[in-house]
Ligand binder design. Sequence first.
Ligand code: SF4
Length: 338
Amino acid sequence: MKPELRDLTREDIAAALTGLGEKPGNAGAVFMAVHRRGAADLALLPNVPERVCRALGRAFSLRPLPLPERKLVAGDGTKKMLFRFAGDAPAECVVLPAKGRDTACLSSQSGCSCGCSFCATGTLGLKRSLTPGEIVAQFEACRTEAADLKSLVFMGMGEPFLNWENVRKAIKILSDSRGRHFPQAKMTVSTVGVIPVIEELTGSDLQIRLAVSLVAADPELRARLAPMEKVYPLKRVLAAVREYCGARKALVMLEYILLPGVNDRPSDSAKLAVLIQGIPGRLNLIPYNPPGGPGPVSPRIKEFQRELIAAGVITYLRQEKGADIAAACGQLAAGMDK
Ligand code: SF4
């Protein structure tokens, strides 16, 4: 099978053209034809010389942009779309509405290998990682559905840093000035803590924002809730985050999902405050959403926030959206059975 042209960044296209004996200077026109003009036929790329089209056609395929199979709309306007990518790989993306600044939440993998116990995606296991073109297809669907798309988060299905090569390419494709030109500074990639990629980002020229899912301050509890703790302990993750913030003069978004009776005790907030002390950024508290729909919110949520603020941590409560269609944090399981 020929490689898919949609998966290539502009630099990749330039390198491919060189390899085909063509001028790399045509890469911009090829990229624009695919990613801005929506070309779906390699023989007819607007503003690209016929000879170049033929050469690309011998080496690459250009399949039609994948479209969502189903769409659900929540009472609060949140929209969830289900894709079924090649090889029966389902993945969901979500449009979170907010006046004049909608957010798209994209999946990086079909399923996830991380096995976090509180997450519906984690129960699926990993089907496969998504290609750059499949990630871009989710963006395009969200762009069509959103009134005014202003930010993009990789917080859907999958651990983006376990599919970093493809997520990085998708970020480059989406931010390219010859394509959608979506600002990298408005993109946030969330990880449960894959240290080598955090270290790579520290020295990279990408302008994206980093979010880290803390889950629990106590290592034993965290290892039970998020098995990634056994590979990359949170203490070491946060050391890498401190480096990242210092070297880039950047802020980080720390996320803490509040599981009633599990990680919301006063001792948890006290440990958490010590653990993240001095890290520049903010902490978002996220109410737990059971897989099927809205569930009981931790009665401690406000108190937990007050305890952290009293300990000097800038803390916000995240307004959850789309829980009635299982589109909120931790609920994406490709079920679409609402
Ligand atoms: S929380 Fe994120 S990393 Fe953990 S299982 Fe779910 S999708 Fe994977």
